[in-house]
Ligand binder design. Structure first.
Ligand code: CO8
Length: 257
């Protein structure tokens, strides 16, 4: 049997994916991407899924990029096929109906940064290093970085990062809005637990609707996006969650979703 490259653990609807190639700083090779695809196929139809957390094995790296050794000999056609397939996979991760949280525990470079950009949340340890260093290798980001990075941090900073290839520390990543929180390495897991508790303590349909409104709305003109928000807002009134949430407020108790 081939070695597993992504460890999957689950607890109460929260799935934790750990990319497990620590000797290569968890670089994404075709084996990792293929396993991710298989896992996503299962998660997309999973009942009761509440959140997904993705991280890298070890204490040094989240993901140090796509596997350079594997990419090195590719022809343009092979590079196109590799990137297209990888893009489809990451899009499926992004499109999961529940919050996806990147736990960035170290190097977050190239394809690793692009993976974090496809997540709804990014929580970084204070030793994390971010960057899109592809130009140093004579290529550009091919895993969505030229598109998701400007959407996350604005075009000026995205152009800075993708054209210089410079690396930034966790504090700068926080300042430019690339990540949501920075925590001391030793507190990262504890914080992730708290965050997951917070996300899964809210109404699950409302959380899904909120994610959908932000994601789908971003690609639409303002009027269409606002109409989408209205439709999803109204949809929230069609189930038991809204009456429980509002009832609990009025009755001065905690809601039971
Ligand atoms: N690919 C393959 N192997 C890697 C990678 C990588 N991206 N990064 C690190 N490794 C390996 C090293 O080769 C080394 O292996 P070995 O022990 O066998 O020599 C091991 O991991 C440890 O790395 P270092 O000894 O270099 O560790 P350092 O602490 O000295 O340095 C760095 C850590 C700074 C992270 C350094 O390893 C580095 O610069 N890595 C490359 C980072 C990089 O350029 N990433 C971008 C890659 S290109 C990319 O991601 C394009 C994405 C688009 C593709 C679309 C399809 C997915």
């Amino acid at each position: 049997m081939s070695e597993k490259l992504i460890d999957v653990a689950e607890d109460a609807g929260v799935v934790r994916l750990t990319i497990n190639r620590p000797k290569a700083l968890n670089a994404l090779n075709s084996g990792v991407l293929h396993e991710l695809e298989t896992i996503l196929t299962e998660l997309e139809t999973r009942q009761g899924l509440r959140a997904v957390l993705i991280t890298g094995a070890g204490e040094k790296s989240f993901v140090a990029g796509a596997d350079i050794t594997e990419m090195r000999e590719k022809t343009p056609e092979e590079a196109r096929a590799f990137a297209s397939q990888a893009l489809r996979t990451i899009k499926r991760l992004e499109a999961l109906p529940v919050p996806v949280v990147a736990l960035v525990n170290g190097f977050c470079l190239g394809g690793g940064c692009e993976l974090a950009l496809a997540c709804d949340w990014a929580v970084a340890s204070d030793n994390a290093i971010f960057g899109q260093p592809e130009v140093l290798l004579g290529v550009i980001p091919g895993f969505g970085g030229t598109q998701r990075l400007p959407r996350r941090v604005g075009p000026a900073m995205a152009l800075d990062l993708v054209t210089t290839g410079r690396k930034i520390d966790a504090q700068e990543a926080l300042r430019i809005g690339l990540v949501n929180r920075v925590m001391p390495q030793a507190e990262l897991e504890g914080y992730a637990e708290e965050l997951i508790k917070q996300l899964t303590g809210n109404g699950p349909l409302a959380v899904r609707a909120a994610k959908q409104a932000v994601h789908d709305g971003m690609d639409q003109d303002l009027d269409s996006a606002l109409a989408l928000e209205t439709a999803l807002f109204a949809f929230c009134f069609s189930g038991a969650e809204q009456s429980e949430g509002m009832g609990a407020f009025v009755e001065k108790r905690k809601p039971n979703f």
